[in-house]
Design a protein around this ligand. Structure first.
Ligand SMILES: [Fe+2]
Ligand SMILES: [Fe+2]
Length: 278
């Protein structure tokens, strides 16, 4: 994989242009209610990036100038993903509305997790490798999820919007992945990072959105044969990182939490999962 050039990334960092999409055309095309529900989850997670940044800022991650510069652009871009998705939902007649729990008031388990993370980071100088690996997994899952959403929803305006967002997600993934790859050249670092990922990794959105919503999204996007193949590809890509050759991620989470190879939720098209046709 080529090197990541932070100057090029910064030069290309842009907010999604909210005037570039034909929002008035959104209601002219049908949008499955399952796709809207999935988008609401994704919109919330995009908007939650600033809270995730808060925990990152309490770690050594910001001591690395490239990581600090990247994070500043990253949070800006992710914020606009949230705004763009909210705009689409509004145009589709399903506005986001107020969050039941204010974003800044996280569940105690999440706050505990952030405190523990900051403590481990202080004690272990190479902790940033874990963040970078985590980021690579999350960005790849997100970009794969958007591609699946575009395929199953089949809505022309959404297609254009997701194509634009996926460009950012691909560059985010590339940064995190390269950082993780470089940092885990040292075997001891890779071994420790692997232990933490094995023990604590869960898909992006876990603990932020209710578990029912996470399982709904997972089934809708990754439940059918094509979704399964996409989830497998995420895992296979992460397995190329040093020390991660045998890691079990999205697919095994699906097996444990969603159940079976075909998911468990009713299909928008009448079958058990209904994704095979897309
Ligand atoms: Fe995003
Ligand atoms: Fe991203």
């Amino acid at each position: 994989m080529p090197a990541f050039d932070i100057d090029t990334y910064v030069g290309r960092s842009r907010a999604v242009d909210l005037t570039a999409f034909d929002w008035a055309a959104v209601p002219r095309y049908s949008m499955p209610p399952e796709a809207l529900r999935t988008m609401r989850f994704m919109q919330d997670i995009e908007s939650h990036t600033i809270i995730y940044l808060r925990s990152l800022l309490a770690t050594r991650a910001i001591d690395d100038p490239d990581v600090a510069t990247f994070l500043a652009c990253w949070v800006y871009e992710e914020t606009f993903h949230g705004l763009a998705l909210a705009r689409f939902l509004e145009a589709a007649g399903s506005p986001v509305g107020e969050r039941p729990r204010p974003r800044g008031r996280e569940p105690w388990l999440k706050r505990l997790e952030a405190t523990a993370t900051a403590m481990v980071s202080r004690a272990w100088p190479d902790f940033c490798a874990v963040h970078m690996t985590w980021g690579a997994i999350n960005e790849l899952t997100t970009l794969t999820g958007y591609r699946r959403l575009a395929a199953v929803a089949d809505h022309p305006v959404l297609d254009e919007l997701l194509e634009r967002i996926v460009l950012d997600e691909s560059r985010h993934f590339f940064f995190y992945y390269r950082q993780a790859e470089i940092r885990m050249q040292r075997r001891a670092v890779a071994r420790a990072a692997r232990i933490l990922v094995d023990r604590f990794w869960a898909p992006v959105g876990s603990g932020v959105q209710p578990d029912t919503e996470l399982r709904f999204l997972a089934t809708y996007l990754f439940g059918g044969p094509e979704g399964r193949a996409a989830a497998r590809k995420v895992d296979e890509t992460i397995r190329r990182l040093p020390g991660f050759e045998t890691v079990q991620l999205l697919e095994s989470w699906m097996d444990r939490r969603v159940g079976g190879r075909d998911g468990g939720l009713p299909s928008p098209h009448g079958g058990r999962n209904g994704h095979g046709s897309n």
